[in-house]
Design a protein. Structure first.
Length: 382
């Protein structure tokens, strides 16, 4: 067995984590982080940070209009997309008896008048989807809606997915569709972005509708903060200090609000500081700090939102029982190597190579390398 000092010395030469960072205004835009089972009245888990509202024309609120499923994922390995369930609506010979299903899927974020918002998503349906039927009442939209400070809609923009060429051969045919740019009107305080399946009903055979990988891009009005230096993902050891910093070209009069997994971060004496400054500091990091961080910078003209970056813990072990501490729903890769002498070759231990946490800590046991000398690492993916 190799000695522990060699293991510690190797920390400086190995890349311990990867992360997803993009210009997406949406938290969990790739839909891969799962929320609690039963959230928003749904029976199964949906994407964390998103709202799923399902209703029927006759029976009102409905609890199973959509959920997260791996078979409609289009981005990171081991991820999920959103599976809309038109077959949960009913149709009868007598139209007055139709109990049609509507599912609104969306996320709200701050916005300001004059901001131009463009939404894209991957989508597809199956050949017998109700929205393809002649004379169908079903509408299938990407939606960008602007609301005032009281939550009243000011302008609702819809982009008809079927009219704009959404593929119809199931989840394997999913393609990216993008709306035009929509300009926020006066009094805008919030932008609501997502997808809606309206007045759906059951047909026969393959009939479902799928979406994934939502990206809301905003162009702030002139005079708004201009982010010149994006925060950077941090991968470190438990108990160490993490810093996230944003740089702005016009900081005078700006305010900063940091978010973790879509929720506003608040200062905690001795642990979290700078929640309303350009640098967020987390001292003595613990499992509850793992997640995705983003800062909203605003002034009197508008808002600018940074990239979403991650805080993750590296894992390195001599023991074939690897313990991973993280957020349930996060995805890791577990690798092994037989030598920490550069250049280091890491080999995925699992097949498939990614693992979505269902508990924390979660253990992985290497049964294939018994009797051999191996080092292990757990790499945060998303």
């Amino acid at each position: 067995m190799k000695r522990l000092p060699a293991l510690v010395a190797a920390l400086g030469v190995v890349a311990w984590g990867t992360s997803v960072a993009n210009a997406n205004d949406l938290y969990n835009g790739d839909l891969d982080i799962l929320g609690a089972v039963g959230a928003n009245g749904q029976i199964n888990a949906g994407p964390d940070g998103w709202i799923i509202n399902a209703t029927k024309t006759l029976s009102s609120t409905f609890g199973d209009g959509a959920d997260s499923e791996g078979f409609c994922n289009v981005q990171q390995p081991g991820g999920d997309g959103l599976f809309f369930k038109p077959f949960q609506g009913s149709t009868n010979a007598n139209p007055s008896l139709n109990d049609l299903l509507t599912v609104d899927f969306y996320q709200d974020n701050p916005s300001s008048p004059g901001t131009v918002c463009t939404l894209s998503a991957w989508a597809a349906c199956e050949p017998n989807y109700c929205g393809l039927q002649p004379g169908s009442p079903t509408k299938t939209y990407l939606v960008v809606e602007f609301l005032d400070a009281g939550g009243t809609p000011l302008v609702t923009n819809v982009y008809d997915l079927i009219a704009n060429g959404m593929p119809t051969n199931g989840p394997g045919s999913m393609a990216q569709l993008t709306t035009p740019g929509y300009t926020a009107p006066a009094n805008t305080a919030t932008v609501r972005a997502g997808a809606s399946m309206i007045n759906a009903f059951g047909t026969s055979g393959g009939q479902s509708f799928f979406t994934d990988a939502f990206d809301l891009e905003s162009v702030a009005p002139p005079g708004s903060p201009v982010i010149t230096n994006q925060p950077v993902s941090v991968t470190l050891g438990v108990g160490q200090t993490a810093n996230f910093t944003v740089g702005v070209s016009n900081p005078a009069g700006d305010t900063n609000v940091w978010f973790k997994d879509g929720v506003v971060v608040t200062n905690v004496p001795g642990h979290i500081s700078g929640a309303t400054t350009a640098t967020l500091t987390i001292t003595g990091t613990a499992a509850g700090d793992l997640g995705h961080y983003q800062v909203l910078v605003s002034n009197g003209f508008g808002f600018s939102r940074s990239k979403s970056v991650s805080l993750a813990f590296f894992g390195l072990s001599l023991d074939p029982v690897i313990s991973i501490t993280g957020n349930i729903g996060d995805t890791y890769e577990v690798d092994y190597t037989t030598s920490l002498t550069p250049p280091i070759t890491w080999t995925p231990l699992l097949n498939p190579s990614s693992l979505k946490l269902t508990t924390s800590p979660q253990t992985v046991v290497d049964t294939s390398g018994l009797g051999s000398s191996r080092f292990y690492r757990a790499v945060f993916l998303h």
